[in-house]
Design a protein around this ligand. Structure first.
Ligand SMILES: Nc1ncnc2c1ncn2[C@@H]1O[C@H](COP(=O)(O)OP(=O)(O)OP(=O)(O)O)[C@@H](O)[C@H]1O
Ligand SMILES: [Mg+2]
Length: 280
């Protein structure tokens, strides 16, 4: 069905009315974060959402660039259930790449589009207090679990019409800086601020099973897909954190394809949505 421009514009009105003043947390990762054209459309999408009155909080990843930079420095990368094994050398690479490079690039691009973004990390004003994370009892180095989110800091940005762009580190009470999985950080933020929506933008259509897209996923189905080894690697922390945020009161969690231009707008401004919706 071909719609005229005015029909399309009128159709978005109910969504604007529904979401004005609400908070969305966007986990920005995958292809949308590496390809220039997709980076630009992402920056425009979040700016539009902010300008129609939605509070946008971005938590970004950077897995591929961290792995590449580590490789150039002769540091090998290892993942344990989707978590990066992080020794002292790796944590320095993570800090350099995430906070030094990627965070600043995202912020610059959004601000070029007039989105009023401010880049911070989990260390700033103790945004993410963390403790050492053990993966199924195993020590995987300087990987942290967030135990507290400084919502007052986030609230300060939002009430001043600024868009926080967060590099996922956590800081221990002893000052240790931890690498925190970006999916888990996004989920912790969504839970702490009682977000309306949490959207994971990645480099897959959504959750895939047997070669096709799962458009709606329940927790019990996801347990089965995890047990059967259908959901692996980087999808594990997304799934686990998605359901914990839903239980904590976040209304909707979506997994969408960052390789598709404007997927964020399509998800938000259409009834059907795209990708996978995770439901309680
Ligand atoms: N059942 C599944 N459906 C979809 N993707 C899956 C599934 N099982 C494993 N994956 C993997 O999860 C990956 C997405 O997670 P990944 O950590 O690689 O990216 P990201 O989280 O978007 O980016 P970053 O880690 O840099 O923040 C997909 O590219 C895919 O290889
Ligand atoms: Mg990931």
């Amino acid at each position: 069905m071909v719609q005229s421009k005015e029909e399309v514009l009128i159709e978005v009105l109910p969504y604007i009315q529904k979401y004005e003043g609400k908070t969305f947390v966007v986990k920005y990762g995958g292809a949308a974060q590496t390809e220039q054209e997709l980076k630009t459309t992402f920056a425009k999408d979040v700016t539009i959402l902010k300008k129609i009155g939605i509070n946008i909080i971005i938590v970004h990843g950077g897995g591929k660039e961290i792995t590449e930079t580590a490789y150039k420095l002769g540091i090998e990368t290892q993942f344990v259930n989707g978590h990066r094994y992080t020794d002292r050398r790796m944590v320095d690479v993570v800090k350099m790449v995430l906070a030094g490079k990627i965070n600043k690039e995202i912020v610059a691009l959004i601000n070029q589009n007039d989105g009023d973004a401010v880049g911070i990390s989990g260390v700033d004003d103790n945004l993410f207090i963390a403790e050492k994370h053990l993966e199924e009892g195993a020590d995987i180095g300087l990987v942290g679990t967030i135990t507290r989110v400084n919502t007052a800091l986030i609230g300060m940005f939002l009430s001043n019409k600024l868009m926080p762009v967060i590099a996922p580190f956590g800081v221990g009470t002893d000052g240790t800086i931890y690498n925190v999985n970006a999916d888990l950080a996004a989920a912790a933020v969504a839970t702490a601020v009682k977000a309306e929506k949490l959207v994971y933008l990645s480099d897959v259509e959504g959750v895939m099973a047997g070669g096709s897209l799962v458009s709606t996923l329940t927790e019990s189905d996801s347990r089965k897909l995890l047990d059967d080894g259908v959901i692996t690697g980087g999808m594990i922390p997304k799934i686990n954190s998605a359901f914990s945020t839903l239980h904590a009161g976040v209304n909707k969690v979506h997994m969408i394809d960052g390789r598709r231009k404007h997927s964020l707008l399509l998800e938000i401004f259409t009834d059907e949505g795209i990708g996978t919706e995770l439901v309680r």
